[in-house]
Write a protein that binds this ligand. Structure first.
Ligand code: FES
Ligand SMILES: [Fe+2]
Length: 410
């Protein structure tokens, strides 16, 4: 972050703190209308998300470090289609449906490995690492077969630094254009120079947006994270930046009464770095949302990114992907273990609320949710869902009104 951007955020902390002291609602900011709970529970809305969000969005499928050599592959299937991600002889990473063009068998079985070619186990049709059909057993039995036109069906596959994304929508904006302002603002976190050090998986009994919502606001810190986070971070100074395409950031300053922050929650607080770009990650907590399903907490060194995957209308798989700079020396395993345990403990606190929320939604006790100013990123997220699905496709009782256009920072 540049010095003027850091100064600007500090100025915005001050505005939020003084607003909190005087109990003023921000002048001119609209009160947010309630959001219908059916957006979390109605099968019609879930189906619209499948059609318009999961089939048309850039989705994180892995990290370049998982595929170090030509021929390295991994299978991925978290959004309703089987994707085969493979590094070619030219070192380019590509993605295809894991579906043979002959009669649809899967090409690769298992989760990851290395191969010279992609050969179907059903009848032996064989493709090269770039997806071209190169061999058909008894090819004379298929008169007129155009091998050049029967390569594997590609998926869009693009990189944000070392992170691999796929998209089924061949007309989607290029990934970096989709990220836009978010990628610009997060450039100091060097996504091209990070490696994965751990992935923690969780399965939760709630709609994917219930758990995502919990990570999009700081209003819950004092009540939910009483001893873990609240002693260090002061939600009243929270600054929210809402960017185009549904992305956003939330920066929560450290408590002003503490002369030195503990390292319990400010990720870089214990670091010896004096890199001026990272001043704020040593004194505050910066988290970001990448639409549709990534939330990360930034730090100069180790930090987690969470990816949220619906496994049903009321169930979610969460991956906490912990990354670190690839050139940093291997962490002391004891420190790494403590850090990971700390993430897991905070996650447990967040997860402790979600089953009850789902139950309240399912039983009809709560028919709409109320969002305050500090929760406006959740409304922004719903606006982006609305924009992508198209209001005209949404049953009237589940629609929301766009309110935040003027507050998006371009
Ligand atoms: S289905 Fe793949 S070779 Fe027949
Ligand atoms: Fe939380």
């Amino acid at each position: 972050m540049k010095p003027d951007e850091i100064a600007d955020l500090k100025r915005r902390f001050d505005i939020e703190f003084s607003r909190s002291e005087t109990g003023e609602y921000p002048a001119a900011f609209p009160a947010l209308p309630p959001v219908p709970v059916g957006r979390y529970t109605d099968p019609r809305f879930y189906e619209l998300e499948q059609q318009h969000i999961w089939s048309k969005s850039w989705l994180i499928v892995g990290h370049a470090g998982e595929l170090p050599e030509p021929g390295c592959w991994k299978l991925w299937n978290r959004a309703g289609f089987p994707a085969l991600i493979v590094r070619g002889k030219d070192m380019k990473i590509r993605a295809f449906y894991n579906s043979c063009r002959h009669r649809g068998a899967s090409l690769i079985r298992g989760t990851s490995g290395t191969t010279k070619v992609l050969d179907c186990k059903f009848h032996g049709w064989t493709y090269d690492l770039a997806g071209q059909l190169i061999f058909v057993p008894a090819e004379h039995e298929f008169p007129g077969l155009d091998k050049a036109a029967n390569g594997l069906v590609p998926l869009r596959c693009e990189m944000w630094g070392n992170l691999i994304f796929v998209n089924r929508d061949m007309d989607a904006l290029p990934l970096m254009q989709h990220l836009g302002k978010a990628a610009e603002q997060l450039v100091d976190f060097d996504f091209d120079k990070r490696r994965i050090c751990a992935i923690l998986p969780y399965d939760l009994p709630c709609n994917w947006k219930i758990i995502m919502d919990a990570f999009q606001e700081s209003y819950h810190l004092d009540a939910t994270h009483v001893r873990s986070v609240a002693p260090f971070l002061d939600y009243r100074g929270s600054v929210i930046e809402m960017w185009p395409n549904g992305h956003s950031a939330l920066t929560v300053p450290g408590r002003r009464e503490l002369s030195k922050l503990g390292d319990q929650f400010v990720l870089d607080a214990g670091s010896k770095s004096d890199d001026p770009r990272h001043e704020l990650t040593r004194t505050a907590n910066i988290s970001f949302t990448i639409f549709p399903n990534i939330i990360g907490t930034c730090a100069e060194f180790q930090f987690p990114m969470l990816a949220f995957w619906p496994t049903g209308i009321g169930t979610t798989h969460v991956e906490i992907i912990i990354t670190e700079p690839q050139d940093c020396p291997d962490m002391d395993p004891a420190i790494a273990k403590t850090t990971i345990e700390r993430f897991a403990a905070v996650m447990q606190e967040d997860m402790s609320n979600v089953a009850a929320v789902q139950e309240s939604f399912d039983c009809g006790a709560v028919r709409e949710i109320q969002l305050g100013y500090l929760e406006r990123r959740i409304y922004q997220f719903h606006e982006e869902l609305e924009r992508r699905i198209g209001s005209q496709n949404i049953p009237p009782e589940l629609q929301i009104r766009p309110m935040l256009g003027a507050y998006i920072e371009h």
